[in-house]
Design a binder for this molecule. Structure first.
Ligand code: NAD
Length: 452
């Protein structure tokens, strides 16, 4: 079966995976540099297992082109996977999607499944149906909403073994091509949820906003844990064992970022505003996350004694999470900028990111290079390389043995044994006194006045 995928950003994974499932896939990309790289089997993104997948299919059933004509004419399914970035008011900018549709329209066959994989607000499929009916009057097309749930960093695995496949359409649509394309996954037991286009569109925003809410919730709970002397790691362990809650997205961190949660929560709020619905919990999530990100700099300042001016801070990790090079809305990037604004000198290191636009930050090529002579080290991204660090070695390489861990990668015992001052999230702080002795501090326990 022929499948065309328009847009080869992070969702290029979908094209490569459909090729693995045996389909003949054409990926259309308008960015010349990205296209040239892909044609030579070079990936413009860091995504585990993707390079091997592309290499296995590129001279066979996976093609990259700028021109949609041949692919679209030979396809039963045309997938739109272009960007839907936020506009200034937070709503989704659908211009890439509708422009792509205009470019493809002349080449579409009757009964083609035109599939929206991009994350789009409710009503987009209906608008696309109208647009294509205008451009190709009389042509019977099926407009399908098939939101993508893959996560960067484990996208190949997520695509090939998803928790579910969501397919939205009108009741009368012929979904034959879609069902055939996903048949191998369905045979391996992946549930397929069919619904209206509108429900499928909302399903994606509902999922992402719910997950973002869990992250924001646990971050605020970790603040409370710090204030009252409870350990967030024990708390989440106890909470997560409840099957109604589970362990996922229950880890305190520097605030959610990336290309999906921030833009999708904002787009959901814009959708709610337009529908005159007060989605107050969504607003609280956005606010809590912004506050979390902007609080990080103060935590680093406190760890180094209050003053950041001319202090050298090694920042480990720039990507918004491990195993990706995506820095869009990354808490680490905001932290670097906030530290610089307060006069700190930054040495940054990330195993996958070659960042631009970080002012005069020194971008290091290795962990030891970043650590050498720093007044403190801050873990911003949970890369395995950082998790495996030997804390005794770290303490030796730093000018001052101060570790600020925004991913709680280490336990307090390890940090204490290494002689570090250790500042993490939702837990007691290990402080190195000037005499070299350590003390563990947690904030005041709640005074139970009524009992006392
Ligand atoms: N990144 C993720 O992890 C992820 C996960 C699930 C869903 N999504 C959704 O999928 C969509 C794409 O996300 P992304 O992160 O890959 O976006 P992206 O911005 O990284 O990539 C979009 C690509 O589409 C290309 N493009 C735009 N218009 C084009 C056209 N007319 N013809 C050919 N190419 C065109 C752009 O050049 C770019 O390479 C978004 O709606 C996003 O919300 C993303």
């Amino acid at each position: 079966m022929g499948i065309t995928v328009v847009g080869t950003g992070y969702v290029v994974v979908a094209g490569a995976c459909f090729a693995k499932l045996g389909q003949n896939v054409t990926c259309v990309e308008s960015d010349s540099a990205k296209l040239e790289a892909l044609r030579h089997g070079k990936l413009p993104i860091h995504e585990p297992h993707l390079k091997e997948l592309v290499a296995a299919h590129i001279h066979n059933n996976l093609h990259f082109t700028r021109h949609p004509k041949a692919g679209v004419m030979a396809s039963d399914i045309v997938i739109l996977a272009v960007g839907t970035p936020p506009k200034a008011d937070g709503s989704a900018d659908l211009s890439q999607l509708f422009n792509a549709a205009r470019q493809l329209a002349p080449y579409l066959n009757p009964h083609t499944n035109v599939v929206i994989k991009s994350t789009v607000p409710v009503g987009t499929a209906a608008a696309l149906r109208q647009l294509l009916a205008r451009l190709r009057p009389g042509l019977k097309l099926n407009i399908v909403s098939n939101p993508e749930f893959l996560r960067e960093g484990c996208a190949v695995q997520d695509f090939l073994k998803p928790d579910r496949i969501v397919i939205g359409s009108t009741a009368t649509a012929d979904l034959g091509p879609m069902l055939r394309a996903y048949a191998p996954l369905q045979k391996s037991g992946v549930p397929l949820a069919t619904m209206s286009n509108e429900a499928a569109e909302m399903c994606k925003y509902g999922s992402n906003t719910y997950l973002a809410m869990r992250v924001a919730f646990i971050n605020e709970l970790s603040n409370l844990c710090e204030a009252v002397g409870a350990d967030i790691e024990s708390v989440t362990q106890g909470m997560g064992l409840d099957r109604r809650i589970g362990q996922h997205y229950l880890k305190p961190g520097p605030g959610f970022g990336g290309s999906c949660f921030p833009k999708d929560t904002s787009a959901l709020l814009a959708m709610a505003d337009a529908a005159h619905v007060d989605f107050s919990i969504g607003r609280a999530v956005v606010l809590a996350n912004e506050r979390r990100k902007s609080d990080l700099v103060g935590r680093v300042a406190r760890a180094v004694g209050g003053v950041l001016t001319r202090k050298t801070i090694a920042v480990l990790g720039l990507a918004f999470k491990a195993n990706t090079d995506d820095t869009r809305d990354s808490a680490a990037i905001q932290l670097v900028q906030d530290l610089q604004a307060r006069g700190a000198i930054i040495k940054a290191y990330d195993p996958a990111v070659k960042p631009k636009g970080l002012g005069d930050a020194a971008l290091c090529n290795s962990l030891p290079e970043a650590l050498a002579g720093a007044d403190a080290v801050v873990i911003a991204t949970e890369w395995d390389e950082f998790r495996k660090m030997n804390l005794v070695d770290i303490a030796k390489q730093l000018k001052k043995p101060v570790l600020v861990d925004f991913r709680n990668l280490f336990n307090l015992r390890q940090a204490r044994a290494a002689g570090l001052s250790y500042h993490s999230l939702g837990r007691a702080t290990i402080r190195n006194a000037s005499n070299g002795k350590q003390r563990r501090t947690s904030k005041t326990k709640i005074k139970l006045a009524a009992i006392a």
